[in-house]
Design a protein around this ligand. Structure first.
Ligand code: MOS
Length: 729
């Protein structure tokens, strides 16, 4: 009866006691022992009788049509059961509006002969074993009629266009006359910043096993939301939603990449044809074209201010790319709508369509690259105004939402800077660049602000009082490694006023009823809301007295109305990032020596896992600043080194002491008062590091990553300019 992921401490049966205070106290993950002993099984390793294995074959050209899939020789290979392709696969419907808008037509695999990018699925080979499927997939010959392709992303492309606004991203905002205010400004910053294509590759590759079980489609998956995946699979295959069940008990990381991808669709197609369970697991290389990525960006920031730093003009223009099959906007310009006001204020997004896979949400989509441009430009403005960068931000604190005019539910960004400055030793900083040296290293410090929206998605939950004095919480949450399961134990314990050892949580099963997915930093907030309402109602039921029947007593909740009743306000988490770097301008090496992040993110449910998540996010920011960059070969249209050897990211030796902490951040009008911490850790870190590199060297880096060759070239140029400008000896 007890699922394997629950605490094993026997429940005490002293009735409902007054044990509270679970929220805010550090708890190790309730499933931690299962994970470290290997008892916890992931989607790709759960055994099934008669299991068949599918291996995806991806296109090798960037644009064109499939002329032929020569499957006959492959069908004769050992163990091969079938080869699915556009000539024989079941039809699916990709023309629906799902939980997150219109689905990416990349889910419409094997429906037509068009190839829109390198790495598009052109066939699925299914065999008795994974090895047989792979060997046959590698032997499969696919012929193409190739067409010229274009994968070149750069600022100033003449075919850039303004995307339609969608529920996720408003494309443009504008108030006042930016040009007039720029003209009237004493100080102007007008610079371009670029960030490269980046990839989120969780340790656990995407994997799905599909089977038909008693007339129901049963999918064992690794995802960020089983309601989302089940709902959309039902729509894709025109099935009754009640006849689809998706489970995803343990997930080894998601970062925005684990929604729906072609592998789940391929597994469902194959099990439908073969009448036996079929598993499709992606390889690391396949993940580079199948599960989304962060678009490269080219951003222009124009800031105009009075001599005292007060902003007159704010203009953030962000260009990113999308594919020819679907539109995705990397919403880099949205931060300014929350962070800084000005007499004239404009933010907008442009897109170029290229022959590449569709970008997608990657941890802090928009805010991560956007904050690099915005918070670098703020630092440049502080330099020009001769102001401390924190004082500049304080001078431009808005009273209300700069674009919306709405009040903030709580906005403690200055408290973050104050606490961060104190701990970091900011007061001792000499603002002049290029002055501190330690042997071959130039030293510098930098700072940046962070923000991320605090939203909630409708969710249902059930809480049951069991006869033995324990409680079972059922909610279709996803624990993608963050500690969500443990957070729900703590939330339920406090709501029920019992110890956490009396709570067990069942999650990640679409049969538990609809709930928000783990995304947009909204998981914990959304699920805690539903669990709290159900628990409150259960306590009322229990207060009536009487015995508990064998099936227990259950209370249910649905937060749709409660969320709708919340007053419209600007609701966000905030933070302040601090970095210290050492730069060797003779080798181009940049070392981050210290990172400190202080956040205002509402109630922190579990300090242990919250700190881990924030430090993880900050490590992403470091990695973004110095290492990450996916390189596309213009000739072939495909990646160079699409694996974890070729795609550089921060390793242990790159990561210094990172401290993450938070200030009190009450949210008076919010019944749940939990914000979100999944993404804000990334935001602003790359800017803080770039600002520190400027402080160390006197050179601005406006293109990420800050590679050794860029540091060397910049140092050479600075030397050349200094020599040219200096009187001859
Ligand atoms: Mo997050 S990129 O919304 O999973």
């Amino acid at each position: 009866m007890t699922p394997p992921t629950t605490p094993t401490t026997p429940a005490t049966t002293t009735g409902i006691s007054a044990v509270t205070g679970a929220i805010g106290s550090a708890h190790t993950r309730v499933e931690g022992r299962d994970k470290v002993t290997g008892a916890a099984r992931y989607a790709g390793e759960i055994p099934f009788a008669e299991l068949a294995h599918g291996w995806l074959v991806l296109s090798t050209v960037a644009r064109g049509r499939i002329r032929s899939v020569e499957d006959s020789p492959v069908l004769a290979m050992p163990g091969v059961l079938t080869v699915l392709h556009h000539g024989n696969a079941p039809r699916v419907d990709t023309d629906y509006v799902g939980m997150v808008g219109r689905p990416n037509p990349v889910l419409g695999i094997f429906q037509h002969d068009r190839v829109p990018f390198v790495g598009w699925p052109v066939a699925l080979v299914v065999a008795e074993t994974s090895e047989q499927a792979r060997e046959a997939a590698e032997a499969l010959v696919v012929r193409y009629d190739e067409e010229p392709h274009d994968v070149a992303f750069f600022a100033g492309r003449s075919d850039a266009y303004t995307p339609e606004s969608n529920p996720m991203v408003q494309a443009e905002t504008e108030k006042g006359d930016v040009e007039a205010q720029l003209d009237a400004s004493a100080v102007v910053v007008d610079e371009e910043y670029t960030t490269p294509e980046e990839h989120h590759n969780p340790m656990e590759p995407h994997a799905a096993t599909a089977r038909w079980d008693g007339g129901r489609l049963d999918v064992i998956d690794s995802n960020q939301g089983s309601t989302w995946v089940a709902t959309e699979l039902a729509m894709l295959f025109s099935l009754d939603p009640a006849s689809v069940r998706v489970r995803s008990e343990h997930v080894g990381g998601g970062f925005g990449s684990k929604g729906l991808s072609p592998h789940q669709v391929a597994a469902v197609m194959a099990t439908t044809i073969l009448h036996r369970p079929v598993r499709v697991v992606l390889t690391r290389r396949q993940m580079f074209s199948l599960v989304g990525f962060r678009s490269p960006t080219a951003q222009r920031m124009r800031l105009g201010a009075d001599a005292d730093g007060r902003l007159r003009a704010f203009d953030h223009q962000a260009l990113s790319l999308t594919s020819t099959v679907h539109e995705f906007v990397e919403s880099s310009a949205v931060l300014g709508r929350v962070m800084y006001d000005a007499d004239a204020h404009r933010t907008f997004h442009r897109l170029v369509r290229l022959d590449v896979p569709t970008p997608a949400w990657m941890r802090a989509p928009g805010e991560a690259p956007g904050s690099f441009a915005l918070e670098s430009a703020l630092d440049e403005l502080a330099e020009k105004c001769g102001m401390d960068p924190i004082a500049l931000r304080a001078r431009n604190e808005p009273e209300t939402g700069p674009v919306s005019g709405l009040p903030f539910s709580s906005r403690n960004v200055l408290a973050c800077f104050e606490e961060g400055a104190r701990r970091f030793g900011w007061a001792e900083r000499d603002p002049r660049p290029g002055l501190r040296r330690e042997g071959r290293w130039l030293l510098g410090t930098g700072t940046a602000a962070a923000t991320y929206p605090s939203g909630a998605g409708p969710s249902t939950a059930a809480v049951t009082a069991e006869q033995d004095g324990s409680f079972t919480v059922r909610i279709n949450a996803a624990d993608i490694g963050t500690g969500a399961r443990t957070a729900m134990v703590l939330v339920a314990a406090d709501a029920l006023k019992v110890g956490p050892d009396r709570i067990r949580v069942r999650l990640a099963d679409s049969d538990l009823g609809p709930a928000m997915f783990a995304g947009g930093s909204m998981g914990t907030r959304s699920w805690a809301w539903a669990v709290t309402i159900a628990a409150d109602e259960l306590r009322e039921k229990l207060a009536l007295g009487g015995g508990i029947p064998p099936e227990g007593i259950t209370a249910r909740s649905n937060t749709t109305e409660a969320i709708g009743a919340l007053a419209k306000k600007e609701r966000h988490s905030f933070g302040a990032q601090f970095a210290e770097v050492a730069v060797d301008v003779t080798t181009g090496e940049v070392r981050v020596r210290r990172l400190l992040g202080i956040y205002a993110a509402g109630t922190i449910v579990n300090p242990l896992t919250a700190r881990s998540q924030l430090i993880g996010g900050m490590t992403w920011g470091l990695s973004m600043a110095l290492h990450e960059e996916a390189i596309r070969d213009q000739e072939s249209g495909s990646h160079v080194g699409a694996d974890l050897a070729g795609y550089h990211f921060a390793a242990h030796a790159d990561v210094p002491l990172i401290e993450a902490d938070w200030v009190d951040d009450p949210v008076p009008d919010d019944p749940i008062a939990i914000k979100g911490i999944g993404e804000i850790g990334v935001v602003g870190v790359a800017a803080a590091i770039a600002n520190a590199v400027w402080h160390a060297t006197g050179v601005r880096h406006r293109d990420l990553p800050i590679r050794p060759d860029r540091v060397l070239r910049a140092a050479d140029e600075a030397r050349r300019r200094a020599t040219e400008g200096a009187p001859s000896a």
